[in-house]
Design a protein around this ligand. Structure first.
Ligand code: COA
Length: 175
C-alpha cells in the first residue's frame, strides 16, 4: 500500500511528479479545473503557484509507492469569521494506473482526520455530475446537496453540471 506524505513545501522533484499526475487525471477526462490542452509546463506552473497557499494554510497530501507519486488531495480551510468550522476538499486525484486500490479512500481518510484535528467538522466539495468520484464520495458517507447546471467545462470543452457534496465529521452542541 502507498504511504502518505504531507506537502508543506514543494521541491522540484515533487512538482514534476505532481504535474505528471495532474496531466494524467486531465487526460482521463477529470474536471479539476483544466482543459485537455494542459501541457507539462502549465501543470508545473499550477503546482508552483500553489506553493504560497501550502506554506500558509492549504493542506496537501500525496500518496507514494516505490518512489512514484500515485495520488493527491488538498484541504482548504475557510477563514471567514462565520466559517471557521469548515473546509473544502479539492483536487482529489489518483493516477489511472493505480485506481481501484483504495488510494483515494486513504487520502480522503487522512484529509478528514486532519480536518477534525483542526476542529473543521464540516467538509464540502464539488465534482462533476455523474463522475466516478461520485461513487467514491457516496461510499465514504458524503451527502449530495444538489447540482449547478453548466458550472464547468470538461477537459474536452463541454459544459457539464457540477454537484456539491458535504460531510459532517461530528455533531456539535449547536447542531
Ligand atoms: C475518483 C478517484 C479519485 C477514485 O480513486 P481510487 O483510488 O480509484 O478510489 P478507491 O480505490 O479509493 O475507491 C473507493 C471506492 O469508490 C469506488 N469507486 C472508485 N472509482 C469508481 C468507479 N469508477 N465506479 C464505481 N465505483 C468506484 C470503489 O469501488 C471503492 O468502493 P469500495 O471501497 O466500497 O470498494 C479517481 O478515479 C480519480 O482520480 N478520478 C479523476 C479525478 C477526479 O475526478 N477527482 C475528483 C475531483 S472532485
Amino acid at each position: 500500500m502507498p504511504t502518505l506524505r504531507r506537502l508543506a513545501a514543494l521541491n522540484d522533484a515533487d512538482i514534476q511528479a505532481a504535474a505528471t499526475l495532474l496531466r494524467d487525471a486531465v487526460a482521463g477526462g477529470a474536471s479539476i479545473g483544466f482543459l485537455a490542452d494542459l501541457d507539462h509546463a502549465a501543470a508545473v506552473g499550477y503546482w508552483r503557484s500553489l506553493a504560497p497557499a501550502l506554506e500558509r494554510d492549504v493542506l496537501c497530501w500525496i500518496a507514494e509507492e516505490d518512489g512514484a507519486l500515485l495520488g493527491s488531495v488538498q484541504l482548504g480551510p475557510c477563514h471567514k469569521a462565520n466559517g471557521r468550522h469548515r473546509a473544502e476538499l479539492q483536487k482529489l486525484m489518483v493516477h489511472r494506473s493505480a485506481r481501484g486500490r483504495g488510494i483515494a479512500s486513504l487520502l480522503l481518510a487522512e484529509a478528514e482526520h486532519a480536518a477534525l484535528a483542526d476542529d473543521r467538522w464540516l467538509l464540502v466539495l464539488d465534482t462533476e455530475d455523474g463522475s466516478s468520484a461520485e461513487h467514491l464520495y457516496q461510499r465514504r458517507g458524503w451527502q449530495r446537496a444538489g447540482a449547478l447546471p453548466d458550472y464547468a467545462r470538461s477537459p474536452d470543452g463541454r459544459l457539464h453540471p457540477t454537484v456539491l457534496y458535504w460531510k459532517r465529521l461530528r455533531h456539535t452542541a449547536d447542531t
